[in-house]
Design a protein around this ligand. Structure first.
Ligand code: XMP
Length: 535
């Protein structure tokens, strides 16, 4: 299958480049800058990403361009462009001030293949400390902004381009067009990577790989494991056994609802209510890490006990997705993200790993889910932490506290689903690109607040009490904090700016209907320095 290779020099936006290329129905792989697969015959083009380094940093990542030139079309983005210019005889210098933010292309060579369909004045997003001050011999400037003379260049007569702006970010309004010009126009992508083709080829591959074997899969109610299950079910029917463990720390009624959804989807699911065991082991535990350890351990015990009953199983399937596996680099060049895995299945079970979604980004998983005709509420469900509400109750966990939090959370989440907002511009494009099922009309889309945010939930501050008054009575109860964030990958997140009238209504509803809560706060912390979850 045709593919684009994106060599990662450590930029925060490298994954975004990958997502944009996939949105052009073209398969791509993101690899560390020094792992170019030179013997892969399917590669049709190479993109060099940005980097936190300057080309002059002694530790800056370098590659041998001679291995790529003449073999593949190349597009350098930001550092990628500066690195090529610097290495091939041009000049790169610190910019008088950091070039950051929106700029407009005031000159463009509209005849250049990279700028087909562009409009003069097109907005682009810059973010760099250095700038190119002279191009290598035989290179030609093909676009400028008011302050950046060499915003884009091409090596004369060669399929090698550099752009100092970031076409992958939303603020570069025609960025996707530029990437399309490179990926489709120059590299010749046939654009045959789609959800439908993915389902077709993956089902065929799974049948081939698994034969008559039996497979076990741990379901969480989340989109990744659910889509993996439905895909496997398509391939091998009820030779797939799914295990869904209820630790008693799910959202209100969630276990039953998700079990019902799975039944409708025809999945062979064993639901295990292990809440008593979890509550017993968590009693009196207040330390967040301790809670996580206990839940992780209990989960493995319960899962294993069920898995062992399926004595002829040969495979363990997981909903691992591509961002879980990309080796992202940090500034030291060390890999900072390691693969999360369902830990500790007994060795004697001798299971092989099957990860049918391992090449997909989250939005693609959702597209595949739609292709498989899964219900929309399963596909657009917010991420939810494995330890569940345990990490959203400060202090020790009791069934009563879980009940209070479930009620408050339920009011909040329902209200988020009901409240509709109209978005335009960058925001509208962001939610559409994330796969939210909405139509653009007159430049606007209508979505629920639930679909607008990445994740939301309520937190019970069970270690805090405050005074209130209800009717004529003094109350002395716990506050609930509400959290909602926008994000693309949960690595960074911003608190969502929810409408005041919405917050006022939810606050009233919670205080009036949830016994045990007399105050509601809204968490206005970003990540970093805060995290999304409180514990
Ligand atoms: P933080 O709190 O680290 O969360 O900003 C980032 C994302 O990860 C989710 N999360 C977890 N997911 N097991 C999970 O499966 C966990 O232990 C866990 N802790 C946090 C969190 O909900 C957010 O989406």
């Amino acid at each position: 299958m045709q593919k684009i290779i994106i060599l990662d020099f450590g930029s925060q936006t490298t994954q975004l480049i990958g997502r944009r290329v996939r949105e052009l129905d073209t398969f791509c792989e993101i690899l560390p800058y020094n792992k170019m697969p030179l013997d892969d015959p399917d590669v049709i083009g190479v993109i060099l990403s940005g980097s936190p380094y300057s080309v002059y940093d002694p530790e800056a990542f370098k590659i041998d361009l001679a291995q790529l030139r003449g073999r593949y079309p190349i597009l350098g983005i930001c550092y990628g462009a500066q690195f090529m210019s610097h290495t091939l005889g041009g000049r790169v210098e610190p910019a008088p001030s950091r070039e950051y933010g929106r700029q407009h292309l005031t000159t463009i060579d509209l005849a250049n293949p990279l700028f087909q369909g562009f409009e003069l004045g097109s907005q682009v997003w810059m973010s760099h400390g250095d700038t190119i001050t002279a191009l290598p011999e035989g290179f030609r400037c093909i676009a400028s902004t008011e302050t950046v003379q060499f915003a884009a260049y091409q090596a004369e007569g060669e399929p090698l381009w550099g752009v100092q702006f970031h076409p992958e970010v939303f603020h570069s309004v025609q960025g996707t067009q530029l990437l399309r010009n490179f990926v489709v126009g120059v590299c010749g992508s046939q654009q045959d990577w789609s959800a439908a083709s993915f389902v077709e080829t993956t089902v065929a591959e799974l049948r081939q790989q698994l034969g008559q074997d039996r497979v076990i899969l741990g379901l969480s109610g989340g989109v990744d494991s659910s889509v993996a299950a439905v895909l496997l079910n398509r391939a091998i029917g009820d030779r797939l056994t799914c295990i869904f463990v209820d630790h008693g720390l799910l959202r209100k009624d969630e276990f039953q609802q998700v079990m019902d959804d799975y039944k409708v989807l025809g999945l062979n699911v064993i639901g295990v209510d292990a809440s008593q065991k979890f509550f017993g082991d968590l009693a009196g535990v207040t330390d967040p890490e301790q809670k996580r350890k206990i839940i992780g351990r209990d989960f493995v015990e319960v899962f294993n006990a069920e898995a062992k009953k399926i004595t002829d199983a040969r495979w363990l399937a997981q909903g691992t997705i591509y961002p879980d596996r990309i080796e992202s680099l940090n500034i030291t060049g060390k890999t900072i993200k390691s693969h999360h895995n369902v830990g500790g299945l007994p060795k004697e079970m001798n299971l092989q790993l099957c990860e049918p979604l391992k090449w997909l980004f989250k939005d693609e998983v959702r597209r595949v889910g739609r292709q498989l005709q899964m219900p929309e509420h399963l596909i657009t469900r917010h991420p939810f932490p494995g330890p569940g509400l345990a990490v959203r109750i400060l202090g020790d966990i009791t069934p009563e506290r879980v009940r209070i939090l479930q009620e408050a959370d339920d009011i909040y989440i329902r209200a988020l689903r009901e409240y509709k907002v109209r978005l335009s511009g960058d925001e509208a494009r962001r939610v559409l690109a994330a796969g939210v099922p909405a139509q653009m009309q007159d430049g606007e889309v209508e979505v629920s607040l639930y679909d607008q945010v990445w994740q939301a939930g309520a937190i019970l501050l069970a270690t805090v009490r405050s005074v209130g008054v209800m009717g004529d009575e003094r109350t002395y109860e716990h506050p609930v904090a509400l959290r909602a964030v926008t994000s693309t990958d949960a690595m960074t997140a911003d608190w969502a700016h929810l409408p005041y009238d919405f917050m006022a209504r939810v606050s009233n509803d919670i205080i009036n209907h949830v016994r045990g809560v007399n105050r509601v706060c809204y968490d206005i912390s970003s990540k970093p320095p805060a995290t999304i979850e409180w514990e």
